[in-house]
Structure formats: C-alpha cells, structure tokens
Write a protein that binds this ligand. Sequence first.
Ligand SMILES: [Ca+2]
Ligand SMILES: [Ca+2]
Length: 250
Amino acid sequence: MKSLFATAAIAAAGFAIAGAASATELLTNGNFDQGATGFYSDYAYSPPNGQGNNLWPEGTYDVTTNPNLDHPLFANLSDHTGGGSGGFMMVINGSSQADSIIWSEGDIGGGQALIGAANTAYTFSFWVASVYPSSPADLQLWVNGAKVDGATFQANGGQPGLNGWENFTYSGVTGANGLQSISLSNLNLEPSGNDFALDDMSLQGVAVPEPASWALMIMGLGGLGAMLRANRRRPQLVPALAVARVRARG
Ligand SMILES: [Ca+2]
Ligand SMILES: [Ca+2]
C-alpha cells in the first residue's frame, strides 16, 4: 500500500508542476505599469493637458494614477494593482461609435499571436471600475478580431467609491489558428456617463500536452519512483535521524 500512496503523491506533484509551469502571463502590460504602451486602442490617447479635463471628450483614454486628474467629475480612485506597482490604470470616456476597440493585445496592433498553438485552454481576466455613477459600461469580448457570443461584462454603476473594482473572467479554447488577439469594446454607446477604468488585464494559457509529452512525463514519474525506492534501501539515514532527535530532546 505504501508504494501505491507514494506513486499517487508523485503523480499529483508532477501534474501540479506541469500546470504551474505553463500558466504564465501572456500580456505585456496588463497592469499598465509601463504606461500607455503595449496595447492597441481605437480610442484617442489623451494625456494630461494642464487643465485637468483631457478626458472630457468621448472616445478618449489616458493611463493615469487617478481618474480625477483627467476629468473634474471622475472619481478619486486608486488603481487595482496597488502594492509596489506604479499605481497606473487605463481610464476611458466611452465612445458613441459601435465596435470601437477600447483595449487589445496581440496582432491587431501589428504584434505577435498571444498563443500560437491550436486547441489550447486559456483564461482571460480583468478588473473594471466605473469612475462616474451613471450609465456603466457593458464590455464585449473579442477574440481574433470577432465578437465572442455571450461574453459581455456589465460594470457596476452607482458611487464608484462604494462599488470599487470588479473582476471578470472568461475561459475558452483556442481554435485552429491559436489566439491571435484579445480585445474589449463597449456595447454601451451613451455619451453621458459611461466612464470607467480598466486594470490588471491577464491572459494565461494552459497547453494541452501532446502524446509525446505524456510519454515523457510518465517516464519521468517512473524515474522518480525508482529514486524513492532506492532511498528506502538506505538504512543509514534512519539512525542519523534518531540521534538528532535524541540530541534535540536533551
Ligand atoms: Ca495597475
Ligand atoms: Ca462619457
């Protein structure tokens, strides 16, 4: 029975390691610490203009540490990342133009595919906060330049300070061409209100092992089992441990 338990434990450890190794962050500037770079937008980039109203027009965005610096009616809000980060978030005044891409990473801006492999599971996660109480954003997910049916995310309205940041996630599987790009647009086209912030965008892919990889993993587990069996045949470790215990008690 002992060896059965050991084998099961090793197998579980092996799968945990395989999972952890492949779940790496695939976005380049998801927390916006690098500023207004690393992503694509159809919206107009509108950095501070010295008058505190650079996000007054609809269809504009900035990457800032406080929405209120860009519009006098926008909330005083800290970014979601916090900690030792630069405190940056993307702040958006929603566009009235349908299918205008707010944010995108991948080849839509001339970059590389985010996940090149076909039939690969992925999870997209992001945080949104309204920065004005009325007419909250209703975000639409796009994958490889096409809307994903049913993948919409309605932000909270009301007082942003009370509701704060809200997390949305979407899990899918890449098609034959992998995941070329991932994007968000806004189904709410209201010019009044409809102002919000995005932060901590994240894309993680978990590759499905090929048959060859499975064979290697099983061989590796067999090797680990052999090492354990070899260790059990080395009795000199047991007396050393016993001596250490006796000394610790004294
Ligand atoms: Ca951030
Ligand atoms: Ca607005």
